[in-house]
Ligand binder design. Structure first.
Ligand code: ZN
Length: 565
């Protein structure tokens, strides 16, 4: 392809709208353009790279035995009401109406649609297991679309759904998808980490996220420095530690803390450490108030609380509910004398000399002995993990990282198959409910994550597998006939071997062309100059490597193929 025949609008300056390197580079390299918040047009080179990611995803899905389908993005309201998610997803769902006043949804995901389809199409154990997938546009009404393709309102996703006859059968399908994901991200040149993810009521190993480690990541994760344990912060557990040996006071002592409500405030005022204080949070569970205690220097992990109280609707109590439950204004709640169910983080078990709210305005209690002064409903791991916590699986230490979620594999169970009556007849002619798994990859997000992980000050460094063009040929003087002829002949040879090549035929200064080639990140750059041709040679350079190689024109194609492998 000649540069002049396509459209590559590179920018010299950093665009204002971009906050992270990959977003900046996609705009500067002319891969995408913004239409509106969270909406992007793919320009020719961006689209070529996206198609390459899609091709890898498709090849690996097919290899893993998944079957491709394509479902509509536009879906009737009724199917979402059947699963109860018309309400549940109301804050992310685009809803529209047709000319007959029928309500429709722009699909944010497709569990409902595929399960309804399979319920109609499959009815015997002989047809199972099956995994269906599609690569399709999804729509989500993000509160804060940002970072380009990372969090967009319209994006491309690969979603797959397995239908199985037993938990063991599901495990097999899950593992096949897990391994396919490992291969997909490897082939895209991405370093990913599979971490345990929050899976609601399902067990520990039933959900994994594939994370690209990057400072710009929106997900917090922890990983152990000694074993393979890694988890999303929503999910991450920590090793319990024995409480400090504390000498109890004879009784809790009220102390005036006028206007000091936050942990930091109270600690400073009482010259205590935040760890000496207890945070008492008031929540409602199915509308009834409960108290949740965590150490003063820790935050509650609401996902852990939800797992402790399955099936209950949890919400933070509002000011009025807190006053009613504790008899004190917000900021002075404490567990002593509180007649509510009290749940506490496991690290508080055995603490005998702590400071809590007194359930009285402008007052705290010192010298509270939790083993003596409070009756707990249950202790559990309820706090959010952080840097330095003990690994729950070994004696190692957890370290905090940021990650971009590019894939997710999840055991769904029978939630949707029950709802849509996706049943089959087993070998005994008995009706059984199918067990499901679901498996997603953010295709457009994966593309941008590659850039986030692989770039330098000059621009993108594409892996050859998804680069829009694998080779850029730069004749430095396009009015020099022999330069152009050599460049074209090399392009023809390489294209015939299946490589994608761009020939920079612009009448521009060499420095300008070099800068654009670096910005666009083509894996190999071939320079054809009058001087090199005088010696019968061209110059080859790999992106991201300083070394340049001079080879004879006759051997250039062979050398390039070698370097790309
Ligand atoms: Zn460990």
């Amino acid at each position: 392809m000649r540069w002049s025949k396509t459209h590559i609008p590179t920018l010299k300056e950093d665009p204002q709208e971009a906050e992270i390197p990959s977003h900046r580079l996609m705009l500067r390299a002319g891969l995408i353009r913004r239409l509106g918040g969270g909406l992007y047009t793919f320009l020719p080179l961006g689209l070529k790279a996206l198609r390459n990611v899609e091709r890898i995803v498709r090849e690996e899905m097919d290899r893993a035995g998944a079957i491709e389908v394509l479902m509509p993005a536009l879906q009737p309201r009724e199917i979402w009401e059947q699963s109860g998610r018309y309400e549940l997803l109301s804050n992310v769902m685009f809803r529209i109406r047709d000319r007959q006043d029928r309500d429709l949804v722009l699909g944010p995901t497709h569990e409902e649609i595929i399960t309804d389809l399979v319920a109609r199409e499959i009815n015997s154990y002989r047809q199972l297991p099956k995994t269906f997938y599609q690569i399709q546009t999804k729509f989500r009404d993000e509160i804060r679309p940002r970072f380009g393709l990372m969090r967009a309102k319209e994006f491309s996703m690969k979603d797959a759904y397995s239908f199985n006859t037993s938990p063991e059968d599901l495990e097999t399908s899950y593992q096949a998808m897990y391994q396919a994901y490992v291969r997909i991200f490897e082939r895209c040149g991405l370093r990913t980490k599979a971490v345990e993810a929050d899976s609601g009521a399902m067990g520990g190993s039933s959900s994994h996220e594939f994370m690209v480690l990057a400072d710009a990541g929106e997900d917090g994760i922890v990983e152990c420095d000694a074993c393979a344990y890694a988890a999303n912060l929503e999910r991450a557990e920590r090793r319990a530690v024995a409480p400090a040996d504390e000498t109890p006071d004879r009784q809790p002592e009220p102390i005036a803390t006028p206007g000091h409500k936050t942990i930091e405030d109270v600690a400073r005022f009482l010259k205590a450490k935040p760890t000496d204080l207890i945070k008492t949070l008031i929540y409602t569970a199915n509308g009834q108030p409960i108290a949740v205690l965590v150490p003063g220097d820790r935050d509650l992990n609401e996902h852990k609380l939800a797992r402790l109280l399955p099936g209950q609707t949890l919400a933070m109590a509002d000011d009025a509910q807190i006053e009613k439950a504790t008899g004190a204004p917000v900021g002075f709640a404490g567990p002593v004398g509180l007649s509510l169910p009290i749940y506490a983080d496991v690290s508080l078990q055995g603490r005998r000399r702590v400071i809590t709210g007194a359930n009285r305005a402008d007052t705290h209690l010192q010298g509270v002995d939790l083993t003596r002064d409070v009756t707990f409903t249950a202790f559990a791991d309820l706090a959010i993990c952080r840097e330095g916590d003990g690994c729950p699986r070994c004696a190692g230490t957890l370290h905090e990282k940021r990650g971009i979620e590019v894939g997710h594999v999840f055991k769904l169970g029978t939630k949707y198959s029950e709802c849509f009556k996706a049943t089959y007849l087993d070998p005994n002619g008995k009706e059984q409910v199918m067990i499901m798994g679901c498996y997603g990859i953010g295709v457009t997000r994966t593309l941008q994550a590659v850039i986030e992980q692989s770039h330098d000050a000059q621009g993108i460094i594409w892996p050859a597998s998804i680069a829009p063009y694998q080779i850029a040929i730069l004749p430095l003087n396009v009015s020099h006939a022999e330069s152009l002829k050599t460049a074209e002949s090399l392009m023809t040879t390489l294209e015939a071997q299946g490589f994608s090549v761009i020939l920079d035929d612009r009448d521009e200064r060499p420095g300008f062309k070099f800068k654009d080639a670096d910005l666009l990140g083509f894996p190999l750059r071939v320079v054809v100059s009058e001087r090199s041709l005088a010696a019968g040679q061209v110059e080859i350079k790999r992106r991201g490597v300083d070394e340049k190689v001079m080879v004879s024109c006759a051997e250039a194609a062979q050398k390039i193929v070698e370097l790309l492998k």
